[in-house]
Write a new protein. Sequence first.
Length: 512
Amino acid sequence: MMQRLLKNLFSRVVIFGLAILIQLVILVAVIWKFSSYFVLFYAACAAASLVAVLIIVNSRSNPAYKIAWIIPIMLFPIFGGLFYLMFGGNKSSQKSKTKMRLIGAKVAHALGQNLDILDQLEKDNLGAANQARYIYDYSSCPVYTRTTSHYLTPGEVKFECLLEELKKAERYIFLEYFIIEEGKMWTAVLDILVEKAQQGVDVRVIYDDVGCLLKLPYGYDRHLESMGIKCRVFNPFRPVLSVRMNNRDHRKIAIIDGHTAITGGINLADEYINDKNLHGHWKDSSILIHGDAAWSLTVMFLSLWDWLSGIKEDYEEFKPLPHYAELFTSDGYVQPFADSPLDDESVSQSVLLNMIGGAKRYVYINTPYLILDNEMTTALCLAAKRGVDVRIVTPRIGDRWFVHAVTRSNYEVLIEAGVRIYEYTPGFMHAKTFVVDDQFAVVGTINLDYRSLYLHFECGAWLFKTKSVLEIKEDYLQTLAVSQLITLEECHNVKWYKKLARSLLRLFAPLM
Protein backbone atom coordinates (compact mmCIF):
# COMPACT_ATOMS: atom_id res chain seq x y z
CA MET A 1 0.00 0.00 0.00
CA MET A 2 2.84 2.37 0.89
CA GLN A 3 4.51 1.59 -2.43
CA ARG A 4 1.31 2.38 -4.29
CA LEU A 5 0.88 5.61 -2.33
CA LEU A 6 4.42 6.75 -3.13
CA LYS A 7 3.92 5.86 -6.80
CA ASN A 8 0.75 7.99 -6.93
CA LEU A 9 2.39 10.89 -5.07
CA PHE A 10 5.28 11.01 -7.51
CA SER A 11 3.22 10.30 -10.61
CA ARG A 12 3.38 12.66 -13.57
CA VAL A 13 -0.17 13.91 -13.07
CA VAL A 14 0.52 14.92 -9.43
CA ILE A 15 3.87 16.57 -10.16
CA PHE A 16 2.62 18.39 -13.25
CA GLY A 17 -0.63 19.30 -11.50
CA LEU A 18 1.30 20.86 -8.61
CA ALA A 19 3.52 22.75 -11.06
CA ILE A 20 0.45 24.22 -12.77
CA LEU A 21 -1.17 25.05 -9.43
CA ILE A 22 1.98 26.86 -8.26
CA GLN A 23 2.03 28.88 -11.48
CA LEU A 24 -1.62 29.76 -10.97
CA VAL A 25 -1.09 30.83 -7.34
CA ILE A 26 1.93 32.96 -8.25
CA LEU A 27 0.00 34.60 -11.09
CA VAL A 28 -2.95 35.41 -8.81
CA ALA A 29 -0.63 36.68 -6.05
CA VAL A 30 1.26 38.97 -8.44
CA ILE A 31 -1.95 40.42 -9.88
CA TRP A 32 -3.38 40.91 -6.38
CA LYS A 33 -0.26 42.64 -5.05
CA PHE A 34 0.06 44.93 -8.02
CA SER A 35 -3.61 45.88 -7.94
CA SER A 36 -3.37 46.68 -4.20
CA TYR A 37 -0.39 49.02 -4.55
CA PHE A 38 -0.84 50.56 -7.96
CA VAL A 39 -4.05 52.35 -8.86
CA LEU A 40 -3.05 52.41 -12.51
CA PHE A 41 -2.57 48.63 -12.52
CA TYR A 42 -6.01 48.17 -10.95
CA ALA A 43 -7.50 50.39 -13.63
CA ALA A 44 -5.64 48.46 -16.33
CA CYS A 45 -7.03 45.17 -14.98
CA ALA A 46 -10.55 46.58 -14.95
CA ALA A 47 -10.05 47.82 -18.50
CA ALA A 48 -8.77 44.37 -19.50
CA SER A 49 -11.92 42.83 -18.07
CA LEU A 50 -14.05 45.25 -20.08
CA VAL A 51 -12.08 44.44 -23.23
CA ALA A 52 -12.43 40.71 -22.52
CA VAL A 53 -16.21 41.04 -22.15
CA LEU A 54 -16.44 42.97 -25.43
CA ILE A 55 -14.34 40.30 -27.17
CA ILE A 56 -16.51 37.53 -25.75
CA VAL A 57 -19.80 39.22 -26.66
CA ASN A 58 -18.66 39.84 -30.24
CA SER A 59 -17.02 36.45 -30.75
CA ARG A 60 -18.56 33.51 -32.62
CA SER A 61 -18.43 31.33 -29.51
CA ASN A 62 -21.47 29.47 -28.24
CA PRO A 63 -23.68 31.77 -26.07
CA ALA A 64 -23.44 29.39 -23.08
CA TYR A 65 -19.64 29.49 -23.34
CA LYS A 66 -19.79 33.30 -23.36
CA ILE A 67 -21.94 33.39 -20.21
CA ALA A 68 -19.67 30.90 -18.44
CA TRP A 69 -16.75 33.33 -18.94
CA ILE A 70 -18.57 36.64 -18.43
CA ILE A 71 -19.91 35.74 -14.96
CA PRO A 72 -16.48 35.07 -13.34
CA ILE A 73 -15.05 38.13 -15.12
CA MET A 74 -17.78 40.32 -13.61
CA LEU A 75 -17.37 38.70 -10.18
CA PHE A 76 -13.58 39.01 -10.22
CA PRO A 77 -12.74 41.92 -12.55
CA ILE A 78 -9.11 42.04 -11.42
CA PHE A 79 -8.38 38.43 -12.40
CA GLY A 80 -11.17 37.46 -14.76
CA GLY A 81 -10.33 39.64 -17.74
CA LEU A 82 -6.61 38.88 -17.65
CA PHE A 83 -7.31 35.15 -17.30
CA TYR A 84 -9.60 35.18 -20.34
CA LEU A 85 -7.12 37.16 -22.45
CA MET A 86 -4.36 34.74 -21.44
CA PHE A 87 -6.19 31.40 -21.47
CA GLY A 88 -9.62 31.85 -23.06
CA GLY A 89 -10.61 31.31 -26.67
CA ASN A 90 -8.63 29.59 -29.43
CA LYS A 91 -4.94 30.42 -29.09
CA SER A 92 -3.68 28.58 -32.15
CA SER A 93 -0.59 30.26 -33.54
CA GLN A 94 -0.44 31.58 -37.08
CA LYS A 95 2.14 28.88 -37.80
CA SER A 96 -0.27 26.17 -36.62
CA LYS A 97 -3.12 27.60 -38.67
CA THR A 98 -0.95 27.76 -41.79
CA LYS A 99 0.20 24.20 -41.21
CA MET A 100 -3.41 23.04 -40.78
CA ARG A 101 -4.49 24.81 -43.98
CA LEU A 102 -1.76 23.07 -45.97
CA ILE A 103 -2.72 19.66 -44.57
CA GLY A 104 -6.39 20.48 -45.18
CA ALA A 105 -5.67 21.19 -48.83
CA LYS A 106 -3.83 17.88 -49.08
CA VAL A 107 -6.79 16.06 -47.50
CA ALA A 108 -9.26 17.74 -49.88
CA HIS A 109 -7.13 16.66 -52.84
CA ALA A 110 -7.03 13.05 -51.61
CA LEU A 111 -10.79 12.90 -50.91
CA GLY A 112 -12.58 14.12 -54.02
CA GLN A 113 -16.34 13.57 -54.25
CA ASN A 114 -17.64 11.22 -56.93
CA LEU A 115 -20.37 13.41 -58.45
CA ASP A 116 -22.27 10.42 -59.87
CA ILE A 117 -22.82 9.16 -56.31
CA LEU A 118 -24.04 12.58 -55.19
CA ASP A 119 -26.41 12.80 -58.16
CA GLN A 120 -27.84 9.37 -57.38
CA LEU A 121 -28.27 10.33 -53.72
CA GLU A 122 -30.14 13.46 -54.76
CA LYS A 123 -32.56 11.33 -56.76
CA ASP A 124 -33.07 9.03 -53.78
CA ASN A 125 -33.52 11.75 -51.18
CA LEU A 126 -32.87 15.48 -51.61
CA GLY A 127 -32.52 16.06 -47.86
CA ALA A 128 -29.89 13.33 -47.60
CA ALA A 129 -28.01 14.82 -50.55
CA ASN A 130 -28.01 18.24 -48.88
CA GLN A 131 -26.63 16.70 -45.70
CA ALA A 132 -23.92 14.89 -47.65
CA ARG A 133 -22.96 18.13 -49.45
CA TYR A 134 -22.66 19.95 -46.15
CA ILE A 135 -20.37 17.25 -44.70
CA TYR A 136 -18.19 17.29 -47.80
CA ASP A 137 -17.99 21.08 -47.99
CA TYR A 138 -16.99 21.52 -44.35
CA SER A 139 -14.96 18.39 -43.55
CA SER A 140 -13.72 17.43 -47.06
CA CYS A 141 -15.11 13.92 -46.52
CA PRO A 142 -17.20 12.57 -49.45
CA VAL A 143 -20.18 10.22 -49.40
CA TYR A 144 -19.58 6.69 -50.72
CA THR A 145 -21.36 3.67 -52.06
CA ARG A 146 -19.40 0.40 -52.66
CA THR A 147 -19.27 0.10 -48.87
CA THR A 148 -20.80 -2.20 -46.29
CA SER A 149 -21.20 -1.37 -42.60
CA HIS A 150 -21.95 -3.44 -39.52
CA TYR A 151 -22.95 -2.20 -36.07
CA LEU A 152 -20.78 -3.57 -33.26
CA THR A 153 -22.13 -3.66 -29.71
CA PRO A 154 -21.22 -4.08 -26.90
CA GLY A 155 -17.46 -3.63 -26.54
CA GLU A 156 -16.81 -7.36 -26.40
CA VAL A 157 -18.14 -7.72 -29.96
CA LYS A 158 -15.92 -4.88 -31.23
CA PHE A 159 -12.93 -6.48 -29.45
CA GLU A 160 -13.39 -9.82 -31.21
CA CYS A 161 -13.95 -8.10 -34.56
CA LEU A 162 -10.87 -5.89 -34.11
CA LEU A 163 -8.60 -8.85 -33.35
CA GLU A 164 -9.94 -10.74 -36.36
CA GLU A 165 -9.40 -7.79 -38.72
CA LEU A 166 -5.91 -6.97 -37.37
CA LYS A 167 -4.78 -10.53 -38.10
CA LYS A 168 -5.73 -10.02 -41.77
CA ALA A 169 -3.47 -6.98 -42.24
CA GLU A 170 -0.94 -7.27 -45.06
CA ARG A 171 0.31 -3.70 -45.62
CA TYR A 172 -0.49 -1.45 -42.69
CA ILE A 173 -2.36 -1.02 -39.42
CA PHE A 174 -3.24 2.46 -38.13
CA LEU A 175 -4.67 2.92 -34.62
CA GLU A 176 -5.75 6.29 -33.18
CA TYR A 177 -7.29 6.22 -29.70
CA PHE A 178 -8.11 8.65 -26.93
CA ILE A 179 -7.46 6.00 -24.26
CA ILE A 180 -5.14 3.01 -24.28
CA GLU A 181 -4.61 1.15 -21.01
CA GLU A 182 -2.50 -1.88 -20.24
CA GLY A 183 -4.70 -4.89 -19.59
CA LYS A 184 -6.43 -7.81 -21.30
CA MET A 185 -7.71 -5.83 -24.29
CA TRP A 186 -4.54 -3.90 -25.08
CA THR A 187 -2.27 -6.92 -24.48
CA ALA A 188 -4.20 -8.96 -27.05
CA VAL A 189 -4.06 -6.10 -29.56
CA LEU A 190 -0.39 -5.38 -28.88
CA ASP A 191 0.62 -9.02 -29.42
CA ILE A 192 -0.83 -8.85 -32.93
CA LEU A 193 0.74 -5.45 -33.62
CA VAL A 194 4.19 -6.72 -32.66
CA GLU A 195 3.76 -9.85 -34.76
CA LYS A 196 2.61 -7.82 -37.76
CA ALA A 197 5.46 -5.32 -37.37
CA GLN A 198 7.94 -8.20 -37.42
CA GLN A 199 6.36 -9.39 -40.67
CA GLY A 200 7.03 -5.99 -42.25
CA VAL A 201 3.55 -4.50 -41.86
CA ASP A 202 3.59 -0.71 -41.30
CA VAL A 203 2.11 -0.39 -37.79
CA ARG A 204 1.37 3.08 -36.39
CA VAL A 205 -0.31 4.23 -33.18
CA ILE A 206 -1.52 7.67 -32.06
CA TYR A 207 -2.76 8.14 -28.51
CA ASP A 208 -3.89 11.21 -26.58
CA ASP A 209 -1.55 12.06 -23.72
CA VAL A 210 -4.22 13.38 -21.33
CA GLY A 211 -6.56 10.48 -22.13
CA CYS A 212 -3.75 8.06 -21.26
CA LEU A 213 -2.24 10.11 -18.43
CA LEU A 214 -3.25 7.65 -15.72
CA LYS A 215 -3.38 4.65 -18.05
CA LEU A 216 0.10 4.33 -19.59
CA PRO A 217 3.63 4.81 -18.21
CA TYR A 218 5.46 8.00 -19.12
CA GLY A 219 7.41 7.53 -22.37
CA TYR A 220 5.24 4.64 -23.52
CA ASP A 221 5.63 5.84 -27.11
CA ARG A 222 9.35 5.00 -26.92
CA HIS A 223 8.45 1.54 -25.60
CA LEU A 224 6.25 0.93 -28.64
CA GLU A 225 8.94 2.25 -30.98
CA SER A 226 11.39 -0.26 -29.49
CA MET A 227 9.02 -3.03 -30.59
CA GLY A 228 8.90 -1.80 -34.19
CA ILE A 229 5.62 0.12 -33.79
CA LYS A 230 5.68 3.74 -34.93
CA CYS A 231 4.01 5.94 -32.34
CA ARG A 232 3.02 9.57 -31.85
CA VAL A 233 1.55 11.24 -28.76
CA PHE A 234 -1.11 13.87 -29.33
CA ASN A 235 -0.68 17.21 -27.51
CA PRO A 236 1.65 16.00 -24.71
CA PHE A 237 0.65 17.12 -21.23
CA ARG A 238 3.14 19.70 -19.96
CA PRO A 239 3.37 21.48 -16.58
CA VAL A 240 2.50 24.86 -18.12
CA LEU A 241 -0.71 26.91 -17.92
CA SER A 242 -2.11 26.72 -21.43
CA VAL A 243 -5.54 26.72 -23.09
CA ARG A 244 -4.18 24.35 -25.73
CA MET A 245 -4.45 21.52 -23.22
CA ASN A 246 -8.21 21.74 -23.83
CA ASN A 247 -7.84 20.44 -27.39
CA ARG A 248 -7.72 16.65 -27.19
CA ASP A 249 -7.80 13.85 -29.76
CA HIS A 250 -11.01 12.07 -28.76
CA ARG A 251 -11.16 9.86 -31.86
CA LYS A 252 -11.15 6.05 -31.80
CA ILE A 253 -10.10 4.71 -35.18
CA ALA A 254 -8.66 1.38 -36.35
CA ILE A 255 -7.69 1.02 -40.02
CA ILE A 256 -6.49 -2.08 -41.86
CA ASP A 257 -4.96 -1.74 -45.34
CA GLY A 258 -7.25 1.14 -46.29
CA HIS A 259 -10.25 -1.12 -46.98
CA THR A 260 -11.46 -1.81 -43.43
CA ALA A 261 -12.02 0.65 -40.58
CA ILE A 262 -13.69 0.71 -37.17
CA THR A 263 -14.75 3.82 -35.28
CA GLY A 264 -17.11 4.60 -32.41
CA GLY A 265 -17.02 5.05 -28.66
CA ILE A 266 -14.90 2.07 -27.65
CA ASN A 267 -11.35 2.73 -26.45
CA LEU A 268 -8.63 0.12 -25.87
CA ALA A 269 -9.16 -0.47 -22.14
CA ASP A 270 -10.73 -3.30 -20.15
CA GLU A 271 -13.82 -1.46 -18.86
CA TYR A 272 -14.97 -1.13 -22.47
CA ILE A 273 -15.19 -4.93 -22.78
CA ASN A 274 -16.60 -5.39 -19.26
CA ASP A 275 -13.47 -7.17 -18.07
CA LYS A 276 -13.18 -4.44 -15.43
CA ASN A 277 -16.26 -3.23 -13.53
CA LEU A 278 -16.08 0.51 -12.89
CA HIS A 279 -19.69 1.69 -13.19
CA GLY A 280 -21.77 -1.45 -13.68
CA HIS A 281 -22.25 -2.92 -17.16
CA TRP A 282 -20.51 -0.77 -19.80
CA LYS A 283 -22.75 -0.31 -22.85
CA ASP A 284 -20.84 0.91 -25.89
CA SER A 285 -20.79 0.70 -29.68
CA SER A 286 -18.72 1.01 -32.85
CA ILE A 287 -19.26 0.72 -36.58
CA LEU A 288 -17.29 -1.58 -38.89
CA ILE A 289 -16.79 -0.12 -42.36
CA HIS A 290 -15.56 -2.18 -45.28
CA GLY A 291 -15.07 -0.68 -48.73
CA ASP A 292 -14.46 2.72 -50.28
CA ALA A 293 -15.58 4.71 -47.22
CA ALA A 294 -12.69 3.35 -45.14
CA TRP A 295 -10.44 5.59 -47.24
CA SER A 296 -11.75 8.76 -45.55
CA LEU A 297 -10.78 7.42 -42.13
CA THR A 298 -7.39 6.41 -43.52
CA VAL A 299 -6.74 9.94 -44.77
CA MET A 300 -8.05 11.30 -41.46
CA PHE A 301 -5.38 9.31 -39.63
CA LEU A 302 -2.61 10.20 -42.08
CA SER A 303 -3.42 13.91 -41.86
CA LEU A 304 -3.00 13.86 -38.07
CA TRP A 305 0.18 11.80 -38.45
CA ASP A 306 1.46 14.52 -40.80
CA TRP A 307 0.52 17.14 -38.21
CA LEU A 308 2.35 15.37 -35.38
CA SER A 309 5.37 14.18 -37.37
CA GLY A 310 5.93 16.87 -39.95
CA ILE A 311 6.25 14.10 -42.53
CA LYS A 312 4.83 14.83 -45.96
CA GLU A 313 3.69 11.44 -47.22
CA ASP A 314 1.93 10.63 -50.45
CA TYR A 315 -1.52 9.47 -49.35
CA GLU A 316 -2.08 7.71 -52.67
CA GLU A 317 0.50 5.08 -51.67
CA PHE A 318 -1.91 3.89 -48.99
CA LYS A 319 -4.89 3.34 -51.29
CA PRO A 320 -6.43 -0.15 -51.11
CA LEU A 321 -4.90 -2.52 -53.63
CA PRO A 322 -6.99 -3.04 -56.80
CA HIS A 323 -7.83 -6.68 -56.08
CA TYR A 324 -9.48 -5.61 -52.81
CA ALA A 325 -11.35 -2.73 -54.41
CA GLU A 326 -12.87 -5.08 -56.97
CA LEU A 327 -14.61 -6.96 -54.15
CA PHE A 328 -16.31 -3.92 -52.60
CA THR A 329 -20.12 -4.06 -52.62
CA SER A 330 -22.77 -1.41 -51.93
CA ASP A 331 -25.17 -1.21 -49.03
CA GLY A 332 -26.66 2.26 -48.95
CA TYR A 333 -24.59 5.40 -48.48
CA VAL A 334 -21.76 5.82 -45.95
CA GLN A 335 -19.97 9.09 -45.17
CA PRO A 336 -17.31 9.16 -42.44
CA PHE A 337 -16.52 12.71 -41.32
CA ALA A 338 -13.99 14.55 -39.18
CA ASP A 339 -14.48 17.48 -36.81
CA SER A 340 -11.67 19.80 -35.71
CA PRO A 341 -11.62 22.50 -33.01
CA LEU A 342 -9.16 24.55 -35.05
CA ASP A 343 -11.74 25.91 -37.47
CA ASP A 344 -14.94 27.89 -36.97
CA GLU A 345 -17.29 25.09 -38.00
CA SER A 346 -18.91 22.67 -35.54
CA VAL A 347 -19.45 19.92 -38.08
CA SER A 348 -20.65 17.27 -35.62
CA GLN A 349 -23.28 19.50 -34.06
CA SER A 350 -24.52 20.67 -37.46
CA VAL A 351 -24.89 17.09 -38.71
CA LEU A 352 -26.89 16.12 -35.62
CA LEU A 353 -29.05 19.26 -35.75
CA ASN A 354 -29.84 18.58 -39.42
CA MET A 355 -30.93 15.05 -38.57
CA ILE A 356 -33.17 16.20 -35.72
CA GLY A 357 -34.65 19.00 -37.82
CA GLY A 358 -35.46 16.64 -40.69
CA ALA A 359 -36.92 13.83 -38.59
CA LYS A 360 -40.53 12.86 -39.37
CA ARG A 361 -41.20 9.83 -37.15
CA TYR A 362 -38.54 9.31 -34.51
CA VAL A 363 -35.12 10.29 -33.16
CA TYR A 364 -33.39 7.76 -30.89
CA ILE A 365 -30.21 8.88 -29.10
CA ASN A 366 -27.64 7.13 -26.92
CA THR A 367 -25.24 9.44 -25.10
CA PRO A 368 -23.12 9.25 -21.93
CA TYR A 369 -23.45 12.98 -21.32
CA LEU A 370 -26.42 15.27 -21.92
CA ILE A 371 -24.81 18.68 -21.53
CA LEU A 372 -26.71 20.68 -24.09
CA ASP A 373 -26.45 24.19 -25.48
CA ASN A 374 -29.51 26.23 -26.42
CA GLU A 375 -29.41 25.15 -30.09
CA MET A 376 -29.51 21.44 -29.33
CA THR A 377 -32.13 21.84 -26.59
CA THR A 378 -34.36 23.88 -28.92
CA ALA A 379 -34.00 21.38 -31.77
CA LEU A 380 -34.91 18.41 -29.56
CA CYS A 381 -37.86 20.22 -27.97
CA LEU A 382 -39.24 21.44 -31.31
CA ALA A 383 -38.99 17.94 -32.78
CA ALA A 384 -40.95 16.50 -29.86
CA LYS A 385 -43.52 19.30 -30.00
CA ARG A 386 -44.24 18.63 -33.66
CA GLY A 387 -44.98 14.98 -32.89
CA VAL A 388 -41.63 13.29 -33.50
CA ASP A 389 -40.91 10.45 -31.06
CA VAL A 390 -37.72 11.73 -29.43
CA ARG A 391 -36.02 9.38 -26.95
CA ILE A 392 -32.67 9.72 -25.21
CA VAL A 393 -30.85 7.07 -23.16
CA THR A 394 -28.25 8.24 -20.65
CA PRO A 395 -26.37 6.31 -17.91
CA ARG A 396 -27.99 5.37 -14.63
CA ILE A 397 -24.52 5.27 -13.07
CA GLY A 398 -22.32 8.22 -14.03
CA ASP A 399 -18.55 8.09 -14.38
CA ARG A 400 -18.10 11.60 -12.91
CA TRP A 401 -20.64 12.86 -10.37
CA PHE A 402 -20.54 16.53 -11.42
CA VAL A 403 -20.99 15.69 -15.12
CA HIS A 404 -23.83 13.31 -14.28
CA ALA A 405 -25.45 16.08 -12.22
CA VAL A 406 -25.35 18.45 -15.22
CA THR A 407 -26.80 15.69 -17.43
CA ARG A 408 -29.75 15.29 -15.05
CA SER A 409 -30.23 19.06 -14.84
CA ASN A 410 -31.24 19.03 -18.53
CA TYR A 411 -34.02 16.45 -18.11
CA GLU A 412 -36.86 18.69 -16.98
CA VAL A 413 -37.04 21.11 -19.91
CA LEU A 414 -36.82 18.24 -22.40
CA ILE A 415 -39.46 16.09 -20.68
CA GLU A 416 -41.84 19.07 -20.49
CA ALA A 417 -41.56 19.39 -24.27
CA GLY A 418 -42.38 15.70 -24.80
CA VAL A 419 -38.90 14.18 -25.06
CA ARG A 420 -38.66 10.82 -23.31
CA ILE A 421 -35.53 10.37 -21.21
CA TYR A 422 -34.35 6.94 -20.07
CA GLU A 423 -31.47 5.88 -17.84
CA TYR A 424 -29.61 2.66 -18.62
CA THR A 425 -30.15 0.72 -15.39
CA PRO A 426 -27.42 -1.97 -15.73
CA GLY A 427 -24.70 0.67 -15.52
CA PHE A 428 -22.90 3.14 -17.77
CA MET A 429 -24.13 4.11 -21.24
CA HIS A 430 -21.06 5.17 -23.26
CA ALA A 431 -22.44 4.61 -26.79
CA LYS A 432 -22.79 7.69 -29.00
CA THR A 433 -25.48 6.91 -31.58
CA PHE A 434 -28.26 8.73 -33.41
CA VAL A 435 -30.85 6.86 -35.48
CA VAL A 436 -33.71 8.57 -37.35
CA ASP A 437 -36.77 7.27 -39.23
CA ASP A 438 -35.25 3.87 -40.18
CA GLN A 439 -33.13 5.73 -42.76
CA PHE A 440 -30.42 7.82 -41.11
CA ALA A 441 -27.87 7.16 -38.38
CA VAL A 442 -24.60 8.46 -36.96
CA VAL A 443 -22.17 6.32 -35.00
CA GLY A 444 -19.02 7.98 -33.76
CA THR A 445 -16.97 9.45 -30.95
CA ILE A 446 -19.18 12.50 -30.43
CA ASN A 447 -20.66 13.15 -27.00
CA LEU A 448 -23.47 15.65 -26.46
CA ASP A 449 -21.29 18.02 -24.46
CA TYR A 450 -19.26 21.16 -25.09
CA ARG A 451 -15.91 19.39 -25.17
CA SER A 452 -16.91 17.03 -27.96
CA LEU A 453 -18.78 19.62 -29.97
CA TYR A 454 -16.29 22.50 -29.66
CA LEU A 455 -12.91 21.48 -28.20
CA HIS A 456 -12.01 17.94 -29.29
CA PHE A 457 -10.90 16.30 -32.51
CA GLU A 458 -13.80 13.95 -33.24
CA CYS A 459 -15.10 11.69 -35.98
CA GLY A 460 -18.21 9.79 -36.94
CA ALA A 461 -19.92 7.92 -39.75
CA TRP A 462 -23.15 9.21 -41.28
CA LEU A 463 -25.27 6.37 -42.67
CA PHE A 464 -28.23 6.45 -45.05
CA LYS A 465 -30.33 3.43 -46.04
CA THR A 466 -27.78 0.87 -44.83
CA LYS A 467 -28.58 -2.39 -43.05
CA SER A 468 -26.60 -1.08 -40.09
CA VAL A 469 -29.21 1.68 -39.56
CA LEU A 470 -31.78 -0.99 -38.73
CA GLU A 471 -29.21 -2.83 -36.57
CA ILE A 472 -28.76 0.36 -34.54
CA LYS A 473 -32.52 0.79 -34.16
CA GLU A 474 -33.03 -2.83 -33.08
CA ASP A 475 -30.27 -2.56 -30.48
CA TYR A 476 -31.80 0.70 -29.23
CA LEU A 477 -35.17 -0.93 -28.65
CA GLN A 478 -33.46 -3.73 -26.73
CA THR A 479 -31.66 -1.12 -24.64
CA LEU A 480 -34.96 0.60 -23.78
CA ALA A 481 -36.17 -2.70 -22.32
CA VAL A 482 -33.49 -2.47 -19.59
CA SER A 483 -33.71 1.29 -19.09
CA GLN A 484 -35.87 3.32 -16.71
CA LEU A 485 -38.14 6.07 -18.00
CA ILE A 486 -37.61 9.33 -16.10
CA THR A 487 -40.82 11.16 -15.20
CA LEU A 488 -41.46 14.87 -14.73
CA GLU A 489 -42.52 14.11 -11.14
CA GLU A 490 -39.07 12.68 -10.42
CA CYS A 491 -37.48 15.88 -11.72
CA HIS A 492 -39.74 18.01 -9.52
CA ASN A 493 -39.05 15.91 -6.41
CA VAL A 494 -35.28 16.50 -6.44
CA LYS A 495 -34.04 18.04 -3.17
CA TRP A 496 -33.66 21.82 -3.29
CA TYR A 497 -29.93 21.74 -2.55
CA LYS A 498 -29.37 19.26 -5.38
CA LYS A 499 -31.29 21.52 -7.74
CA LEU A 500 -29.16 24.47 -6.65
CA ALA A 501 -25.92 22.50 -7.14
CA ARG A 502 -27.05 21.30 -10.57
CA SER A 503 -27.97 24.85 -11.60
CA LEU A 504 -24.55 26.16 -10.62
CA LEU A 505 -22.74 23.28 -12.33
CA ARG A 506 -24.86 23.75 -15.44
CA LEU A 507 -23.89 27.42 -15.57
CA PHE A 508 -20.20 26.53 -15.86
CA ALA A 509 -20.67 23.34 -17.92
CA PRO A 510 -18.98 24.86 -21.02
CA LEU A 511 -15.75 25.29 -19.02
CA MET A 512 -15.70 21.77 -17.53
